[in-house]
Design a protein around this ligand. Structure first.
Ligand code: MG
Length: 329
């Protein structure tokens, strides 16, 4: 297996969560060539702010023949792409198309007009990142819930504590809470506190899954699945075992990463029709300045409609890139 990479930068439109400033984000596309001639592509986009190994370390390790867990996932996705490319299959021609939520990383940038446009485009769910300005976030959340136009998801990235979370939820109008789809990673994991939180609203686990005892039913209603860093089959088996639902999301990464996540969500819908919960979170292209790859992701409202090319698409663009060969493993 020969692995090459191409480093890139994404320019955020605004700060993307509590932990990250709005600085250019570094990642790498990877090209994996197998001995049988199959070639596939994927993304490697670390979030060191959230605990991933930095890109430089992952690439340096790769030159030494060491493959990080995150890169292992990228290779797994490249393999899916390679299988389709070998058959000349254009995955978007047969993909099951899923709707996505609208991600608002900074509520203060979302005006009334903006919300109207999001609604007109057909989005039915808004996901907001919270933990920076609780009173402003509470007002924004109440506005979304009151509008009656959207379901709301709130992701704290573990930045609240129990009492802040409780205050946040209990200060909302009870009648509006029906439209609160879930709160994701409200505070650092604690099984008893998470179970108690579930008496107030539905709870989703994302990063905090790392603390789970996999032999017990997880204290949540929804499990977030990020194919960029999680073993898809293991997580889905775990969800099925404990009758939990799954929301597939991108890694707020390169177009290549979000396209892989969206195709995986479509596959899961076919294979396990009941395991997915509501809309997915793969359409994160609006978070970054448009580049050649994002331009090729053609959308209709909350869904990716098509990406032209074989496999996951982008053939013409992959051909044009310069690749650094890292390793024959
Ligand atoms: Mg999250």
């Amino acid at each position: 297996m020969k692995i090459s990479y191409h480093q890139y930068e994404l320019i955020p439109q605004s700060s993307l969560n509590v932990q990250a400033a709005a600085l250019p984000r570094k990642g790498a596309l990877i090209e994996v060539a197998w001995p049988d001639g199959a070639i596939g592509y994927a993304d490697l986009h670390p979030w060191p702010e959230l605990g991933d190994f930095p890109l430089a370390k992952q690439l340096a390790d790769l030159h030494l023949g060491k493959i990080s867990n995150q890169l292992e996932q990228s290779i797994w996705m490249a393999k899916r792409d390679a299988r389709a490319r070998c058959r000349g299959q254009k995955l978007w021609e047969t993909a099951t198309i899923m709707k996505n939520n609208y991600l608002a990383p900074d509520f203060s940038l979302v005006s009334e007009d903006h919300l109207e446009r999001v609604k007109a485009r057909g989005f039915s769910t808004i996901k907001m990142k919270a933990g920076r300005d609780l009173s402003g976030e509470l007002q924004f959340a109440a506005k979304i819930l009151k509008s009656g136009n959207f379901m709301l998801r709130i992701d704290f990235n573990s930045s609240a504590d129990w009492s802040t979370f409780e205050k946040f939820i209990t200060s909302m109008d009870r009648n509006l809470l029906e439209r609160l789809d879930y709160v994701e990673d409200p505070f650092p994991f604690d099984e008893a506190a998470y179970n108690e939180a579930r008496s107030l609203c539905r709870i989703a686990l994302d990063r905090e899954q790392k603390s789970l005892n996999k032999k017990k039913s997880p204290p949540c209603d929804v499990l977030i699945l990020k194919p960029a860093v999680q073993d898809v089959d293991l997580l889905v088996d775990f969800a099925v075992q404990w009758k939990k639902q799954v929301v597939v999301t991108s890694y707020m990464d390169h177009a290549v990463g979000l396209v892989h996540a969206a195709l995986i969500a479509g596959d899961l819908k076919m294979k396990h029709p009941n395991v997915l919960h509501g809309t997915m979170g793969c359409l994160t292209n609006h978070l970054f300045k448009e580049d050649d790859f994002f331009k090729e992701v053609l959308t209709t409202g909350p869904s990716i409609r098509v990406v032209l090319g074989t496999g996951i698409g982008f053939d013409r663009l992959f051909e044009k890139l310069s690749w650094t060969q890292a390793k024959v493993v």
